[in-house]
Design a protein around this ligand. Sequence first.
Ligand code: ADP
Ligand code: MG
Length: 635
Amino acid sequence: MTTDAQTAAPAAETRGFKAEVRELLKLMIHSLYSHREIFLRELISNASDANDKLRFLALSEPALLDDGSELGIWIEADKDKGTVSIRDNGVGMTREEAIAHLGTIAKSGTAEFFGKLTGDAQKDSALIGQFGVGFYSAFIVADRVEVLSRRAGEPASAGVRWESAADGDYTVETIDHAQRGTTIVLHLKDDAKEFADAWRLRTLVRRYSDHIAFPVRMPKEGEATLDTEVVNQAQALWTRPRSDITDEEYQAFYRHITHDSNAPLAWSHNKVEGRREYTSLLYLPANAPFDLWQRDAARGLKLHVRRVFIMDDAEQFLPMYLRFVKGVLDSSDLPLNVSRELLQKDAEVEAMRGALTKRALDLVVRLAKDEPEKYTGFWKEFGQVLKEGVGEDMANRDKLLPLLRFASTHSESDDDNVSLADYVARMKAGQKRIYYVLAESRAAARSSPFIEGLRARGIEVLLLGDRVDPWITGQWHEFDGKQLQDASRGDLGLDELADAPPKAEAKDATPEQQALFERMAAVLGDSIEQVRASDRLTESPACLTRDDNDLSEQMRRMLAAAGRGDLPAGKASLEVNLSHPLLALLPKLGDDDFAALTRLLFDQSRLTEQGQLENPGEFVRRLNQLLVKLATAVV
Ligand code: ADP
Ligand code: MG
């Protein structure tokens, strides 16, 4: 007997699932109980992916298809044994791949995902659906799952058998397996035996997997032969004429490509012919994915070239601010061996990106116009992302601006429900500018001292509290011929208003006022540019303002967070409200009290502008000293 330890098949081994897989399995089995049938769609989807992958690899290595070039999916049920098997003749898995792919969750963001689970079955099942349960959904209906596989291009002796009863362990074993591709055998749980029924399975295939581009075959109905028949349409959905495709089919296809269990809000399916030929099918999801704000999260379209699947997440066809758009693109012009690197440089791709960007924006425009309620939901989920486009995409700014929604002083609610057109329609006689105020949140913007004067005059102010707002307002300056005006900066232009009080001669400070300003400025020294009278304030005694061209405090902080901590803050001016009692008190104070009160006014202005102070302790000490003085005066 000659045994070669080097080449002998490694014996069966038992391994433990990664902790997060155990957790996911447990959760899934409980929370998806009422949608158990999704296991079939997930396993067919994997089989279809495996076939896609093989076809793609065979482009450069045709020999991979030597043992059969007709790719398909086969489903069989055995009522007596209580089993269902799903087979593909796609790329298959090696032993190592089976261990790597079936024993872990490789997707990035898994940790965040688990952090979001609530323990509430209903909420969790929506989340899990969004995450894409994939292979593990087999365990919703099966108490034992066997996977038999052979990687394309490997010898029959390099087959693998993987098995698990979802009890925390799985076993892998090298076996002889002549058949290329993967067979999944589900040993159904007692209460899931209904799925070992050919009729039931057929119905499910038609409902969920009709659009799969490969034929799904099942034994012929009612015949005891080995003949099979194709039970799905077996035609890539996007290649069919629009008029033939039902909404349900579009929705099922969306689920297939996104793993999102919620129906999409809208879609747009287009065939472009002429010099450049391609078909696109774009979807607007209803809910933001958990990784919307992860820089490295997968985004982009599923790319095909002449029906052949080329890659997932081709991000070159849409700008970053449309990263929530999902869909497929099938090009007739790109070479089959196109790579990510090639896509980045290709002029054709650039042109398609332009056209697809318009297409996606049109979809959003249509939603906003035809279904405002749905659009409100859409804006909640994706508004912050879409807004980035105002800064990024000059060419489409005119399309983007009408899509924006803001919170404003017009309504009590901090929800974004005001469009720029709404604002303009409500502008006061003579008003030439669109006023906004930036703050850390909409609520902070609403109580900002900068807008007191505007509010008192009944002028609406947009309340900007998103982190992209300082950036976009730095890039964008007008809408519909109206200038955008930061309420905290420069001249507000209030004398443009029809009901503006006649320009007071005394707008120039009186000598007494001038003396007060100078005395205050002397106390504050280098921390400010100057002290002047304000027309912004009605309730607060003072605020800090900057000139139109200065870097705003919010912008400076954003840049500092991005590593540009070296930018100077720019000096603000202290504006004071001359009708405030504290300003009337100031001239009457002795030097020490005058300095203390002036510093307090400066610090509180900084606090409302920046939400923080360089030296909070100092501020609190000064404030308390004054309070004590007040107390002694009263008692
Ligand atoms: P996803 O499909 O989103 O990657 P799944 O949980 O459905 O996640 O599958 C996990 C991985 O297992 C797949 O990415 C693939 O590598 C592997 N796999 C699953 N089913 C098959 C199959 N039929 N053929 C080849 N590989 C498969
Ligand atoms: Mg999958």
